[in-house]
Design a protein around this ligand. Structure first.
Ligand SMILES: [Zn+2]
Length: 157
């Protein structure tokens, strides 16, 4: 289990190694193209711990580019509704930066601000996981978007 924290709002993210491996496989499949998807999970009662329980791959209407990725929406609401009934919720987004570091771009920031305000996701403080590459190594960074402000980065703890 990997954990990540940030000093600003004291949230800890719990992310299992096998889920990280799943994400890396989805990235490898796309090679030099960006890809992404959705993070599903839950917060504990004090809202200080976010546990990621599922990583969803790209919906079929997603668009992949070398430096862009537009996550599709086909089937997403239905899938999230069925997880909701099981007590698992939309927590945020993940995407891949091929041959680049996992640092949020200005596009990433504006995308997260839009999601924070989108009632479909019922998630005013969405997480964002970026998988980057440093030669053959995959690197991951988590961010949180808080009330449409700048993203806050997590540090692996
Ligand atoms: Zn990005």
């Amino acid at each position: 289990m990997r954990t990540y924290t940030n000093e600003n709002n004291k949230i800890t993210i719990f992310f299992a190694e096998d889920l990280l491996s799943e994400v890396k496989e989805l990235c490898k499949e796309k090679g030099n193209l960006e890809t992404g998807g959705i993070l599903v999970g839950m917060y504990n009662l004090d809202l200080q711990s976010a546990i990621i329980t599922k990583v969803l791959g790209p919906p079929s209407d997603s668009k992949y580019g070398r430096t862009t990725f537009v996550r599709g929406t086909k089937g997403v609401k239905k899938t999230l509704d069925s997880f909701w009934k099981e007590g698992q919720y939309y927590l945020g987004e993940w995407h891949f930066h091929p041959n680049a570091l996992p640092i949020a771009s200005s596009q990433d920031i504006s995308q997260m601000n839009k999601i924070a305000k989108n009632v479909v996701y019922k998630c005013p403080e969405p997480l964002m996981l970026i998988i980057g590459q440093d030669y053959n190594d995959f690197l991951e960074t988590f961010y949180i978007s808080v009330y449409g402000n700048d993203l806050i980065e997590f540090i692996r703890s």
